[in-house]
Design a protein around this ligand. Structure first.
Ligand code: ADP
Ligand code: ASP
Ligand code: MG
Length: 442
């Protein structure tokens, strides 16, 4: 069985955790392992490049020094015979960052800086595997993970180049690659977006025809609600690809939103596992029926902006919505929720990069209202029109919550509501108590 395993930042966040990861790789017999940077690294690198751009050299230097300490400690605790080689690699990485910061100043490439975390962590980890006496080969993901001008991964090229590197001839070789990082269409180091290592693992797992992709993190699988926000959540043992994709898209941080799609298309199961507790069952995501439970899970996506257009021209007209959507298409801005009345349309977006241009182009259509700081709450379950009383049960729990938008009936598996972000926690907690109170008490 060919397995691709991915370990997130916490899983490789210390020497002790890296040792545990090595044990998991060996016991699973992973062919390919995809690693994130040690926890806190990417945030620190974001801080460093922002500080350098703002001319705040003191913060940039102090944060870089903090990273040096963190990696020095890890190397000292993890490695012996390979310690010098790993330290040399660390010095190279720190020099690359410092050169970029202090040579290019305001023009620094944050993508180049951000990539260093995964490069360094994977190098240290590979030394650990080698020191343990295993044949571990360090791959360089930007050599085979390329994106097009739209930022979409070139999966055909990935398959061709990765299968060439990951040979099937020696089953004892453990290949180690970096998640998150890639080469963009201009040939520069880039990344697949924050949290993108899960997506890297899915794409690489498909490219080498894995039988299973395992995402190892710090929790025992997909929970029924966000455990960072809500008390008494519980793990879900099985989910369909569509349910998992919906939850990931609507904010379940355990999976990058794009992770499921490539695996679903290739029919490759995805297993979510806890590296801190490898015996825990985790969650198996596979093809097949959605769960038949009324309510299966809830997720929330923050940073949502509502664009509301009021126009008398909409009344009895056709083609109006097409023109509105063309504006969002032009600025490559996806729309999540939509509600309409005779003369109004409300849309939600999560990227406000082009909001100014969008608003300018929509202005001739009618009057515009823009409302920031909202959260979409998505309830996944068997939400089918034949099944009466489900909406009543959801809203019964939300009597105290001001609801701004509702999306119901787009599919049979989910329903979404929009609330102001200040109501996110009470909304999630109320849904948990109301819809899952019985199970969460177990
Ligand atoms: P990694 O660094 O391994 O990629 P992440 O922090 O990105 O880990 O994702 C794991 C975290 O996702 C968990 O620690 C948990 O707090 C959070 N999380 C949010 N929603 C869910 C959910 N529905 N089920 C499980 N974990 C969730
Ligand atoms: N290290 C990257 C991040 O923090 C990628 C990842 O963790 O998936 O976003
Ligand atoms: Mg993650």
């Amino acid at each position: 069985m060919i397995k691709t395993l991915k370990f997130g930042g916490t899983s490789v966040g210390s020497a002790a955790n890296m040792r545990r990861v090595a044990g998991i790789i060996l016991s699973e017999g992973a062919r390919l392992t995809v690693l994130s940077a040690m926890s806190g690294t990417t945030d620190a690198l974001v801080k460093i490049s922002a500080a350098a751009k703002a001319g705040d050299d003191a913060t940039a230097k102090a944060t870089l020094a903090m990273l040096r300490d963190k990696y020095t400690t890890c190397i000292a605790e993890l490695l012996t015979s390979h310690a010098a080689a790993a330290s040399e690699r660390m010095e190279d990485v720190l020099t690359t960052i410092a050169n970029e910061l202090f040579t290019y100043r305001g023009e620094v490439s944050d993508k180049l800086i951000l990539a260093q975390g995964e490069l360094l962590t994977s190098a240290i980890f590979c030394h650990h595997m080698q020191e343990l006496g295993h044949k571990a080969v360090l791959l360089t993901s930007p050599e085979f993970m390329h994106t097009d001008p739209e930022g979409k991964p070139d999966t055909a090229r990935l398959r061709q180049e990765l299968t060439r590197l990951v040979t099937q001839t020696d089953p004892d070789i453990y290949y180690i690659a970096q998640g998150f990082i890639c080469t963009d269409a201009a040939g520069n180091l880039s990344n697949l977006g924050r949290g993108g290592s899960d997506y890297s693992a899915a794409l690489m797992g498909v490219a080498i025809d894995s039988d299973e992709v395992q995402i190892w993190t710090d929790i025992d699988g997909m929970h029924n609600n966000d455990p960072r926000v809500v008390d008494k959540t519980f793990p879900i043992r099985r989910m369909s690809f569509d349910e998992a994709a919906e939850l990931a898209y609507f904010g379940a941080k355990i999976l990058h939103p794009l992770t499921i799609q490539p695996c679903k298309e290739a029919g490759i199961n995805v297993r979510l596992k806890n590296s801190m507790e490898p015996q825990a069952e985790g969650t198996l995501i596979s093809a097949g029926e959605d769960n038949a439970m009324d309510f299966h899970a809830v997720a929330a996506k923050d940073g949502i902006t509502v664009v509301r257009i009021t126009s008398a021209r909409m009344l009895m007209a056709y083609g109006f919505l097409r023109k509105v959507f063309e504006v969002f298409e032009k600025y490559k801005t996806p729309v999540d929720m939509i509600t309409t009345s005779e003369v109004e349309v409300s849309l939600t977006i999560d990227s406000t990069c082009h909001l100014e241009e969008i608003a300018r182009e929509l202005a001739p259509f009618g009057s515009l209202e823009i409302d920031h700081n909202n959260t979409i709450v998505c309830i996944v379950g068997c939400i089918d029109a034949q099944h009466t009383g489900l909406a009543a049960r959801i809203f019964d729990g939300l009597k105290e919550i001001p609801i701004k938008m509702i999306s119901y009936g787009a599919n049979h598996r989910s329903m979404a509501i929009l609330v102001s972000t200040e109501y996110k926690k009470p909304t999630l907690q109320a849904l948990n108590d109301h819809l899952f109170g019985h199970e969460s008490a177990k």
